[in-house]
Write a protein that binds this ligand. Structure first.
Ligand SMILES: *Cc1c(COP(=O)(O)O)cnc(C)c1O
Length: 231
């Protein structure tokens, strides 16, 4: 039996609602981001037809190709969530609404400089390395406050919060630890940057959504659970 995208989306929304309710949180306090990397534009369109609006992509050229095929869907919201090299910042700055994976000041500065001011501010999360040596991506917790201060000061960027991809872990109890650390880090940033919007914790994927929601995720990024396994 194959699951349709409509069924998978319904299941994913129910799963998110159940997790929010189990955590004592309001139904609409977290957004479902559908991660469509490696999946064709037709599948994104199908998800859109079933009410999904926020989509995450990891690879710049793949995303631009899909955006072209989906340019009639004018209320779609594109999130860039993959590793970002400086030679790709111009495209990302001007073809996405959000970037979750900023980990260096240089990249943030280029995004701000290259963003067409007519588009308004680019919404940015800083990617944090909360699993220590087991991950190479993300700014360390030590260096986060300084990076956040500098990014918050850039004119065409709105610093919204933090993103993390913890080391894979199948034990739900242990899954919560890195998410709690990310949540604490956001609290700290709010105290040192009281004027920044800082309302976003982008955390939780198909394998650890519940743990992330329990620790305060406001955006969960589901790929496999919506579009099926990637090859
Ligand atoms: C691929 C990816 C996801 C989705 O992962 P699933 O396990 O398929 O839900 C979420 N976030 C990032 C940054 C990703 O690269």
């Amino acid at each position: 039996m194959t699951t349709t995208i409509a069924e998978a989306l319904t299941d994913a929304r129910q799963r998110l609602d159940r997790a929010l309710s189990a955590a004592g949180r309001n139904t609409n306090s977290a957004t479902l981001l559908a991660v469509s990397k490696t999946k064709p534009a037709d599948m994104v369109r199908e998800a859109w037809q079933h009410g999904q609006r926020e989509f995450g992509e990891n690879y710049v050229q793949e995303a631009l190709d899909k955006q072209q095929l989906l340019s009639d869907l004018d209320d779609i919201v594109w999130h860039f969530i993959g590793p970002l090299q400086s030679n790709k910042t111009r495209e990302v700055a001007n073809h996405f609404h959000w970037v979750h994976s900023v980990e260096r000041e240089k990249i943030a500065r280029r995004l701000s400089d290259q963003r067409d001011p007519a588009l308004g501010a680019l919404q940015v999360c800083l990617q944090v390395n909360i699993s220590g040596e087991s991950s190479k991506s993300g700014v360390s917790l030590d260096e986060l406050p300084q990076l956040a201060e500098r990014v918050a000061a850039l004119p065409h960027i709105n610093l919204r919060g933090l993103m993390a991809i913890p080391a894979p872990c199948d034990d739900p109890q242990h899954q919560r630890e890195p998410f709690a650390a990310l949540s604490d880090a956001l609290e700290h940033l709010r105290s040192i940057l009281p004027d920044a919007q800082l309302d976003t914790l982008s955390m939780g994927m198909s394998n650890d959504l519940e743990a992330a929601v329990f620790e305060g995720a406001t955006m969960v990024r589901l790929g496999t659970a919506i579009f099926g396994a990637r090859n």
